[in-house]
Ligand binder design. Structure first.
Ligand code: SF4
Ligand code: SF4
Length: 307
């Protein structure tokens, strides 16, 4: 079987498993990305996410992370849900966190795909990743032709938008590599204009992560600085603004994975109910959810800050 046929079969299998995009790129040192990451870290745009500064060499070269790696398989998994919380005044949760923890859901599919690859193509070694190790996921997805990195710093596909998770299999199998896509942001500045904390740089493509509401509500373990008091846009976990305003998301289609269907309470709770949320209710609503990451105290801190 030649490299072309092998790559087509892998893509076909990935789509069968529910991934809605799959592309391939050659594993190796990422020179431009390494320079950009270095500047980002030097500006301290990672805030308290000290893990971003760890394993710099491995982060910019998957052959150090997975010895013998030849290829990166980039995969995308849809999480778009057109439903919104009923009370428009209620504190908001980013769409990616509506259902079960994607790390588990997507990893399960990745493991199935990788097992199938080993079964089909023989002795292949590698590792699967879903936001789980020092891997520059967006940059690999861009290299694998899944989309371009927009001014909002997210990966965007012209037919699918940006509401999807990224995952990778890094392996020692040679594949047919895809070409990167051109940038279709054009003169649009919607995301830069709409970001309430000015986290996106004036020209786009670069973000001060320490100003992003996702960081402030999820990663930041200390108190949210007072300077953000009126800039949180009512988000209590994550933020979707720079995706909501992106014209390419008019092409987003609803996911079909029952794991990502939100609990009814999550959608129907009112502003007042969120304000008084108790720990047992938090545990019930967010059982198996990525929101558990903040624990009860973290989410309560965010709600109290907003309300
Ligand atoms: S997620 Fe929200 S806060 Fe972060 S860059 Fe986008 S609009 Fe700004
Ligand atoms: S909102 Fe406009 S500028 Fe921002 S990522 Fe989308 S297309 Fe690009």
């Amino acid at each position: 079987m030649n490299v072309n046929q092998r790559s087509s079969l892998i893509r076909e299998k990935a789509l069968q498993l529910g991934f809605f995009m799959c592309g391939f790129s050659k594993a190796g040192f990422m020179e431009d990305e390494a320079r950009k990451l270095d500047s980002w870290l030097n500006l301290n745009y990672h805030g308290e996410m000290s893990y971003m500064a760890n394993h710099f060499e491995k982060r910019v070269d998957p052959t150090l992370l997975v010895p013998g790696a030849k290829s990166v398989i980039s995969l995308a998994y849809n999480y778009y849900n057109p439903t919104t919380q009923a009370d428009q005044q209620a504190p908001k949760i980013a769409k990616y966190a509506y259902g079960k923890d994607y790390h588990k859901v997507v990893r399960k599919k990745l493991n199935i795909l990788f097992e199938w690859i080993k079964l089909t193509f023989g002795a292949v070694s590698g590792r699967v990743f879903v936001d789980s190790a020092p891997v520059l996921e967006r940059d690999w997805a861009k290299r694998s032709g899944l989309g371009w990195i927009g001014k909002n710093t997210l990966l965007i596909n012209p037919k699918k938008g940006s509401y999807f998770f990224l995952a990778e299999i890094i392996l020692d199998l040679k594949l047919q590599y895809d070409a990167p896509m051109i940038d279709y942001c054009g003169t649009c500045t919607n995301c830069i204009d709409a970001c309430p904390t000015d986290a996106i740089s004036p020209n786009g493509y670069f973000m001060d992560g320490s100003k992003c509401i996702s960081y402030l509500t999820i990663e930041l373990k200390t108190a949210i600085p007072e300077s953000f008091r009126d800039k949180m846009g009512n988000w209590m976990f994550g933020c979707d603004i720079c995706q909501q305003v992106c014209p390419w998301n008019r092409f987003s289609e609803a996911h079909t994975d029952e794991n990502f269907i939100p609990k009814q309470e999550l959608l129907s709770m009112t502003r007042e109910e969120w304000k008084d949320i108790s720990e047992p209710i938090f545990e019930t609503i967010f059982e198996g959810s990525p929101v558990k990451r903040t624990k009860y105290d973290g989410l309560k801190r965010n709600i109290d800050f907003l309300l």
